[in-house]
Ligand binder design. Structure first.
Ligand SMILES: NC(=O)c1ccc[n+]([C@@H]2O[C@H](COP(=O)([O-])OP(=O)(O)OC[C@H]3O[C@@H](n4cnc5c(N)ncnc54)[C@H](O)[C@@H]3O)[C@@H](O)[C@H]2O)c1
Length: 306
């Protein structure tokens, strides 16, 4: 049988690169693309074709191959905090890329579009987030992700779609030098470098932390699991974890004396959010990697690679 062809945008980034590797392992034909604005060449998976492209530039899109079975759109600017530095740059990366890719998909009759959205679209919901909840994003990042979602829905009579509202993804492969995205990775790199963790905001805040391997498994399963088709999906574990607990787990495993310094919140920060458990009605997976185990795996990976 002919291999299915998948275009993965953001292929040099954290999640995109892990998805590419798993797709190759599962015998799909993969074309990655990225502009290296935050991604790195070392992340590009062997045995994939690769195109360097800024997807916000409409004219460049015609350089992409035409015969594609699926688009996995993960390219974007991934920090809520950073989206306040230059909201228009965020609009380009998080919306214009989607706009251009949707129009390219329509023009070339590409029938499947999977999108990396975020829990940031919800804004503040101190209870578990449900797909039907009213969305009121607090950051430009969340706003532009929501705009992308709406544009996909507006055009969804042309293709099958899945919109994954991913919660806090963490784990090996995350960029430990990036101090503006990824709570666990920021705290972990602070700890390893200086025995001192800087927390921006209250330790009472809470999130839903999901391990990278679980995220990758769900994206791959979605290729074959028809139940996920044409849905917006909360991609979280359904577990609420306080920042305080993350600090405890990290400091315990680190085994050296360490300090925690609390500073002011970053702009657009949500106080607390976690996913409902609706993912378990859709996936064949029975459970996700627990936060304690996940942090342990991430810690040893980071220690080895730093
Ligand atoms: N990491 C998380 O916890 C999380 C949670 C929810 C949603 N997401 C979304 O998932 C996607 C992947 O996240 P990540 O953590 O791997 O981030 P990442 O920064 O590691 O990857 C994003 C990639 O997109 C590329 N990119 C940015 N603008 C581009 C453009 N105009 N053209 C082509 N490539 C461009 C970057 O160079 C980078 O390699 C992002 O869209 C992010 O917003 C991430």
């Amino acid at each position: 049988m002919k291999k299915k062809k998948i275009l993965v945008t953001g292929a040099a980034g954290f999640i995109g690169s892990k998805i590419c590797a798993k797709l190759v392992e599962n015998n799909y034909s993969v074309i990655g693309c990225d502009d290296f604005s935050s991604g790195s060449k070392k992340n590009i998976t062997k045995k994939t074709k690769f195109i360097k492209i800024d997807l916000s530039k409409k004219k460049r899109i015609s350089n992409l191959p035409k015969k594609i079975d699926y688009i996995f759109h993960l390219a974007g600017q991934s920090s809520g905090e950073k989206s306040f530095d230059d909201p228009l740059d965020d609009l380009d990366r998080n919306f214009k890329t989607t706009y251009n890719l949707i129009n390219y998909a329509k023009k070339n009759s590409i029938k499947n579009f999977f999108y990396a959205s975020s829990m940031s679209v919800y804004g503040n919901t101190t209870n578990k987030a449900k797909i039907k909840d009213y969305c009121k994003p607090l950051s430009y990042y969340g706003l532009h992700k929501k705009l992308s979602e709406d544009y996909i829905l507006k055009n969804s009579n042309n293709f099958n779609y899945i919109i994954f509202r991913m919660f806090n993804v963490y784990g090996p492969g995350q960029d430990l030098l990036n101090q503006r995205q990824g709570m666990v990775s920021i705290y972990l790199s602070n700890l390893l470098k200086r025995n001192k963790i800087i927390v921006k905001g209250s330790t009472e805040r809470f999130r839903d932390f999901i391990y990278i391997d679980d995220v990758v498994d769900i994206w791959i399963e979605a290729l074959k699991n028809k139940k996920m088709n044409n849905k917006i999906i909360n991609l979280g574990t359904g577990q609420k974890t306080k920042i305080m607990q993350i600090l405890q787990f990290l400091r315990k495993i680190h085994f050296k004396k360490s300090k925690v310094i609390i500073k002011n919140n970053t702009p657009g920060d949500q106080f607390g959010i976690f996913a409902d458990k609706s993912i378990f009605d859709l996936t064949k997976k029975k459970k996700f990697i627990g936060i304690k185990k996940g942090i342990e795996k991430f810690y040893y990976w980071a220690k080895k690679s730093s």
